[in-house]
Ligand binder design. Structure first.
Ligand code: FES
Length: 125
């Protein structure tokens, strides 16, 4: 059963095949991008925006995990985040969180389940 809040992102197996995906979105009226990934076989999504200096986590490198694979890592200054909560573990922003986005998986498809989120078509100029 689908409802109006659900916006399809990708098939579950597509997430299994990559370290992470990004999608252009608007969230609460603001254009940004979403970061979506699997961690411990659970899907997570956050607004791709580091609170430190307002950069996407992958702004300097095409990676969002540290070398251990256990923490999200902002490629700008290396701050790390708990992938399950989005909570920053680095002293300057300790305890601040990435904006989590709710997901739902139905029939092998992963959806955003957020009322105030719109997907922006990738080919929109
Ligand atoms: S902008 Fe992310 S760690 Fe500085």
């Amino acid at each position: 059963m689908h409802n109006g809040k659900l916006k399809a992102i990708c098939a579950w197996h597509e997430l299994q095949a990559v370290p992470y995906l990004t999608r252009p979105i608007t969230f609460k009226g603001r254009a940004c991008s979403a970061l979506i990934f699997l961690f411990d076989n659970q899907a997570y999504a956050y607004v791709n925006h580091c609170m430190h200096m307002h950069r996407p986590l992958n702004c300097e490198q095409d990676a969002v995990f540290d070398e251990t694979g256990q923490f999200l890592r902002c490629s700008m200054h290396g701050f790390i985040f708990d992938p399950k909560t989005g909570e920053c573990q680095s002293p300057v922003c300790l305890g601040q969180r990435l904006q989590a986005l709710r997901l739902q998986t139905l029939d092998g498809v992963v959806y955003f389940s957020e009322k105030h989120l719109l997907l922006i078509a990738e080919d929109t100029p």
